[in-house]
Design a protein around this ligand. Structure first.
Ligand code: FAD
Length: 518
């Protein structure tokens, strides 16, 4: 007999993991071993435009998880399964082989995953297996933060106010840390059923999602795997020696850890977060999207280090602002759970379903490759292509540029992001794209179109960001770096802008004003 915890691609950690903790408690109570199962489903990755970097990140983290679990005598059993439609049958059959009568998992809110889990439930019932699904991804799970008349919020500000008040009224429950799993008896390694599971290695790649060796090494260097590294990233973001001393708080980077930056990212976050030329944000999104660190841990540590008793409502401090960014993640997950049409390629605002888009492969290619002739757009796209990540402001600039300046369908950009980002997350990506394309919940009004040159001088005032990712322009400074004069650009081998912003702006406003018309 056994208890199985099904670890999904969004909860790759053993600490503070709700379903894993429950499964472990049940295994202890029933005095049977705990087995962790992970299913690699390449057809799902194709259907959901998963990036190679994300799949590589999943495998690298799984490998860490396997080692950590092995120290507790808990096997991680990884299987690769196609076709995706029969994943439920395969999972039930694995459970039957392992003589398991209980299955534990954290909810996945995407529509295909919910359908899959519903099928698992009905198959489980027939097989005499009891499934338990719990909420783990968000700080406050979907469905809790509602309007007075019980409806789902579609505007962020009131959602956020209510989110903060619900969180503060029950902080200890929402931020509670789930216990780490208890060790299995050591005999399980010799057992004829469970022993061999320890021998099943996590694959190094999934067919069709292999990175070339150079890219793999680059990714492992920029985004190392493991919860302990994610915790270091969090400490780096929260670190402030001066502030820590002033508050008498524990210095999270003590014990000789590298003291590379004495300024506090979190305290300066409100003013500095949009600066692409500085390393000002947490860079935790890959770790949060893959669940390598728990989002509750992020809030707990922020409050602990800075000795905060309540989450702040105002935007006056970086801390309040940072926790509010985490609330955006909850907000978009809530939208995804309540309006599944957003994950089926539909605009949230149906009135924009017929906006007329351009069909222009050359423009799309130039955007993807970072060769549009608009330096800030090109720098951001090249950062995405090399790191699988860019700042929020840069994502907004390139998304607005694709959907308004190039007038290309935002879904093409949404897909490209998923294919490239290491932190690709359907809810946040769709939310960000529909915000930028003015089709989503609480979006940017369609007539308020970013001027990429003005955005560039605000988000990259030093020009360092552009110079890093667009080396052709590394000799330029001042206003030239944001908008190189034609002759200079030509000399440096940099393309001319593929679109005139002022003209494109007029076209976009016209098309949005009268959807369906030219
Ligand atoms: P920080 O500024 O340190 O914020 C901390 C965390 O809060 C982030 O890691 C993230 O989990 C969350 N967060 C911050 N801003 C947002 C936001 N606007 N929406 C939702 N969550 C947020 N984020 C993803 O995780 N995956 C995506 O696929 C994704 N696609 C995006 C596409 C577009 C067009 C836009 C405009 C935004 C997208 N975002 C996405 C949101 C945001 O850009 C990233 O979460 C952020 O840039 C990650 O950097 P960070 O970890 O340093 O963030």
């Amino acid at each position: 007999q056994s208890i199985v915890y099904w670890m999904r691609m969004g909860d790759l950690r053993i600490s503070d993991n709700k379903a894993l903790a429950l499964a472990s408690a049940q295994a202890v109570e029933d005095q049977v071993p705990l087995v962790v199962l992970h299913v690699l489903s390449p057809q799902d990755y194709i259907a959901h435009d998963r990036s190679k970097t994300r799949i590589d990140f999943v495998l690298r983290n799984l490998s860490r998880v396997k080692d950590e679990l092995a120290r507790l005598n808990i096997p991680l059993y990884t299987i690769t399964h196609t076709p995706r439609k029969s994943v439920p049958t395969r999972v039930i059959s694995v459970l039957q082989t392992l003589q398991s009568t209980r299955l534990f998992a954290n909810f996945e809110y995407e529509v295909d995953e919910l359908r899959r889990d519903t099928e698992v439930c009905s198959l489980a019932q027939n097989a005499g297996i009891r499934p338990t699904y719990v909420h783990d991804r968000c700080i406050i799970e979907p469905g809790v933060v509602k309007t007075k008349d019980g409806r789902t919020y579609t505007v962020y500000s009131p959602y956020q106010r209510n989110w903060i008040s619900i969180l503060n009224s029950n902080l200890s429950d929402y931020l509670k840390e789930s216990p780490s799993p208890t060790s299995n008896p050591s005999t399980i390694r010799e057992d004829h059923v469970f022993g061999p599971l320890f021998e099943v290695d996590v694959p190094v790649s999934v067919h069709g999602f292999e990175l070339d060796p150079e890219e793999a090494a680059n990714m492992a260097n920029i985004w190392p795997a493991g919860t302990s590294y994610a915790k270091e990233m969090l400490s780096r973001f929260l670190y402030t020696k001066a502030r820590a001393t002033q508050l008498g708080a524990v210095d999270p980077l003590a014990d000789g850890a590298e003291d590379s930056d004495k300024s506090s990212r979190v305290l300066l976050y409100d003013e500095a977060r949009d600066r692409g030329d500085k390393d000002t944000t947490s860079r935790l999104s890959p770790y949060l999207s893959a669940g390598v660190i728990s989002v509750r841990e992020c809030v707990r540590q922020t409050m602990k280090l800075l000795r905060i008793q309540k989450v702040e409502a105002g935007r006056s401090s970086g801390v309040g602002r940072w926790v509010q960014e985490l609330a955006w993640r909850d907000f978009y997950t809530n939208v995804l759970a309540y309006y599944p049409r957003v994950s089926m390629g539909r605009p949230f605002q149906e009135r924009f379903a017929d906006v007329k888009w351009e069909v222009n492969e050359e423009h799309l290619k130039a955007w993807k490759e970072g060769k549009t002739g608009i330096p800030i757009v090109d720098a951001a796209m090249r950062q995405i292509n090399t790191m699988g990540w860019t700042h929020n402001r840069m994502r907004m600039i390139v998304a607005m540029f694709l959907s308004k300046d190039l007038m290309l369908d935002w879904r093409l950009g949404e897909r490209y992001f998923m294919e490239k980002l290491i932190d690709g997350d359907l809810a946040s990506n769709n939310g960000g794209w529909q915000w930028s394309a003015s089709t989503g919940v609480d979006p940017a009004p369609y007539f308020r179109i970013f001027n990429p040159y003005t955005q560039s001088s605000k988000a990259d005032p030093t020009g360092d960001f552009i110079r890093t990712f667009v080396p052709e322009l590394k000799s330029l400074y001042g206003s030239d770096i944001h908008n190189p004069p034609a002759k200079v650009a030509d000399k440096l081998g940099y393309p001319k802008p593929i679109v005139n912003h002022a003209e494109a702006r007029v076209r976009a406003i016209r098309r949005y004003k009268t959807p369906g018309e030219e």
